[in-house]
Design a protein around this ligand. Structure first.
Ligand code: AMP
Ligand code: MN
Ligand code: MN
Ligand code: MN
Length: 279
């Protein structure tokens, strides 16, 4: 079961990926993925096209979403897997989260303007395949285009990460709401890329404990954002908290991602993969 090539977190043009949903699915299939979830940020729009393409190819497909959450002073991402995309509370909740993005994008554009970078809002909007979902990734692509930085990673480092001139604080969903929407829609909840959060060991423990209390199911142990040491560290935490484990590329596009679809390392054999509950 752990050897299954599952990829349970990736993006399309419905959020900040660069490939349309159908192309993401074709690429996953070509890469040998056996179980795929599309998990666009705060958005379900890409799921019908992806599901249809997966069915045409005979690839097992799981409808998903990646919800932006504010917790303590951090932004966390909670992935929902196997959600019912017609669930009204989930649809309404995601609409509310997306609703904050326009104002935030305008503020990011204004902050960049203050340091002399003109037209960033309009530039980011041009990169956004979904006008309701302007992400920092779209700003980053525009800043690379106009030669501010040589790649997207450097843009984040110097302009868009917390504490940098183009970063603006924003309040996303609560952890409680995100879990309620996912569980209410019949889904499994997964903490995405835990190694990316700037939390102390004690705070990470509090997060995992609270997540479990709220019905959380799994954490991404193997993912594009983790190095080998982090994979082992989060495997230990999954055991400690009795959480299942997920495997995820977090693919955004061929030019844009550290690892391709289906290329996240396998899970340690003793962990329970979250897909035991999905297939
Ligand atoms: P947002 O939801 O608008 O805050 O944008 C977050 C997105 O920006 C993430 O989902 C990634 O696609 C991208 N991102 C965040 N940090 C980095 C980074 N250091 N390097 C490259 N992309 C990043
Ligand atoms: Mn993204
Ligand atoms: Mn994420
Ligand atoms: Mn993601």
């Amino acid at each position: 079961m752990n050897a299954l090539n599952a990829d349970l977190h990736c993006h399309s043009t419905a959020s900040d990926g660069t490939l349309p949903p159908g192309e993401v699915v074709r690429r996953a299939h070509a890469n040998g993925v056996e179980l795929l979830a599309l998990t666009d940020h705060d958005e379900l729009l890409g799921l019908p096209e992806a599901a249809a393409q997966a069915q045409a190819l005979g690839l097992r497909f799981v409808p998903g979403v990646e919800i932006s959450v504010s917790w303590l002073d951090q932004t966390l991402h909670i992935v929902g897997l196997g959600i019912d995309p017609t669930n009204e509370a989930l649809i309404a909740g995601l609409a509310q989260v997306r609703g904050g993005r326009d104002g935030r994008a305008a503020r990011i554009g204004a902050e960049l303007e203050r340091i002399g970078i003109r037209g960033a809002l309009e530039g980011a909007q041009r990169y956004a395949g979904n006008p309701a979902l302007v992400s920092r990734a779209h700003f980053a692509r525009y800043l690379v285009e106009i030669g501010i930085s040589k790649n997207v990673h450097d843009v984040f480092l110097h302009y868009l990460a917390r504490g940098k001139p183009g970063y603006v604080e924003h309040v996303w969903a609560t952890l409680e709401d995100a879990l309620a929407w996912i569980k209410g829609a019949g889904g499994l909840a997964v903490i995405a890329h835990p190694g990316r959060y700037r939390l102390s060991h004690a705070e990470m423990d509090i997060l995992f404990e609270r997540f479990r209390e709220l019905g959380g199911d799994a954490i991404e142990v193997s993912c594009g954002a983790h190095d080998g040491g982090q994979l082992l560290a989060f495997a230990r935490l999954a055991r400690k908290f009795g959480l299942m484990a997920s495997r995820a590329s977090d693919f955004h596009g061929p030019e844009d991602s550290p690892i391709d679809l289906g290329r996240a390392p396998p899970l340690p054999p003793d962990l329970t993969p979250v897909w035991t509950r999905l297939v």
